[in-house]
Write a protein that binds this ligand. Structure first.
Ligand code: GLU
Length: 446
């Protein structure tokens, strides 16, 4: 079996937004492209902030994107394993008990900073004797546990950043377990990645420091670290960090705004790479054209205007078969002819509803040039309103009124649609229907 296995590990403490969806997508695409597996891991050790509603929403969003996962697990069901791993580290001398309260730690940090030293934990816990510990415990203190980092440079070849070196002397020994027995992500994540045989960890560059410490943790637990890839964080169109509004732009909102999942995938799979952003109509082609090696350290610019443009390009190419049931959901009963007539004007599929209402529901026409519209009503050729009718009709109106070009077309458009812009009128005639066409040209609401 192909051993490649990646995971997306959201904490169910909020909705997916463009930043974390991008991490999910890159993992998903990497798995599909390489024939590996994609795991969903729910990082729900923070009981206070994790909710089943957020978890459900995350699953819904992934499903809506078409990103199916091959297996899943949740951290809250593995608490025993984390306790075991901690015991293993303690036995190996790589985890130690500490008794400082948050206030004491904060005082230490302040003192270090004012002495011009980096606020790195002083490993006081390591120096405690068994007697000291017994005394502290008799006073009602419970230990939290820290990982003893090796004071060395951790080096790895990052799938995105290339060779990375991180010297551990600037890091505090990370806390693995709180005094109330709750595990910290640093430990839980490594234990999971080992047990689930994760081969590649792809996540945002805000995790680089974590990764350095976690690489030592993998080794201390008798394993070797997976390959690591740290994606550059998303920036706004101006290259600055994402604004608060964009940073928290949820997938749910994009969905509500009529953005197609494949438009989001087309954009998020390409920003931050050397390849151009192009509309791709299927997730399968996003997969086919995906190459993790194309990602680099340059910021990935997320521009909602670019997303909107991709979206309309994708919508305008959709076949009727692909939209038929979705049109029905938004009460659009138009057939293929309707879809082909209007799709070129749509920014979102939802907008088809606007044109359906214009074609099929009563509308108050705008009469700008009654000479033209009255002549048009009188001269509409008999028979089927097919594609040939338009030129015959407009020629006869021009001959009758002496009006040509925009001065002829615009009054007809305004009368028939109530708007001064939109799809070509010719194919709309049959959809609007003879009776309505004539009434609207005569200024009646129809
Ligand atoms: N739950 C972590 C997060 O959302 C997972 C990070 C990781 O991929 O290891 O930041």
């Amino acid at each position: 079996m192909n051993p490649i296995k990646v995971r997306f590990a959201p904490s169910p403490t909020g909705r997916l937004h463009v930043g974390n969806l991008r991490t999910a997508l890159v993992n998903y695409l990497f798995a599909r492209k390489t024939g590996g597996r994609f795991m969903l891991r729910i990082d729900d050790t923070d009981e206070q902030r994790s909710t089943t509603e957020f978890e459900t929403a995350i699953r819904d969003d992934l499903n809506w994107m078409g990103m199916r996962w091959d297996c899943e697990d949740r951290q809250s069901s593995r608490l025993d394993r984390y306790d075991q791993a901690l015991a293993q580290l303690v036995a190996a001398g790589r985890a130690y008990a500490c008794y400082e309260t948050p206030d004491e730690l904060s005082l230490k940090r302040k003192a270090q900073l004012s002495a011009g030293r980096p606020p790195v934990y002083d490993r006081a816990g390591l120096k405690l004797t068994d007697d000291d510990k017994a005394k502290l415990e008799a006073d009602g203190r419970r230990p939290h546990w820290r990982f003893l980092l090796n004071d060395a440079e951790v080096r790895w070849h990052d799938m995105v950043r290339g060779d990375v070196g991180y010297h551990m002397s600037s890091l505090s020994d990370p806390v693995l377990m709180r005094e109330d027995g709750r595990v910290i992500y640093t430990l839980a994540s490594v234990v999971d990645d080992i047990d689930h045989a994760i081969t590649h960890i792809i996540r945002g560059e805000d995790h680089v420091t974590n990764s350095a410490a976690q690489i030592q943790l993998f080794e201390a637990l008798g394993s070797t670290a997976p390959m690591m890839g740290h994606l550059a964080l998303l920036a706004g169109a101006d290259g600055e960090g994402l604004s608060k509004r964009l940073g928290s732009l949820s997938i749910g909102e994009l969905r509500q705004n009529g953005i197609e999942p494949v438009a989001i995938a087309s954009l998020l799979a390409r920003i931050g790479t050397a390849d151009p952003v192009v509309p791709q109509s299927q997730l399968t082609s996003v997969i086919e054209n995906f190459d993790i090696a194309k990602f680099g350290r340059a910021t990935a610019k997320f521009d909602p205007a670019e997303l909107a443009k991709l979206n309309s390009q994708i919508v305008q190419e959709l076949d009727f078969a692909a939209v038929e049931s979705r049109l029905a959901e938004i009460d659009v009963a138009g057939d293929e002819a309707f879809w082909l007539a209007v799709r070129g004007n749509l920014a979102t599929l939802h907008e088809a509803r606007v044109w359906w209402d214009i074609c099929a529901r009563p509308l108050t026409p705008v009469i700008e040039a009654p000479t033209v519209t009255n002549a048009a009503a009188a001269l509409l050729p008999a028979g089927e309103l097919n594609s040939e009718v338009w030129s015959v009709w407009t020629k006869s109106i021009a001959a009758e009124t002496g009006v040509k070009g925009k001065a002829l077309f615009m009054p007809i458009r305004l009368a028939l649609t109530g708007r001064d812009a939109g799809p070509e009128i010719a194919p709309l005639l049959a959809i609007i229907g003879r009776e309505r066409v004539i009434k609207r040209l005569q200024g009646e609401t129809a």
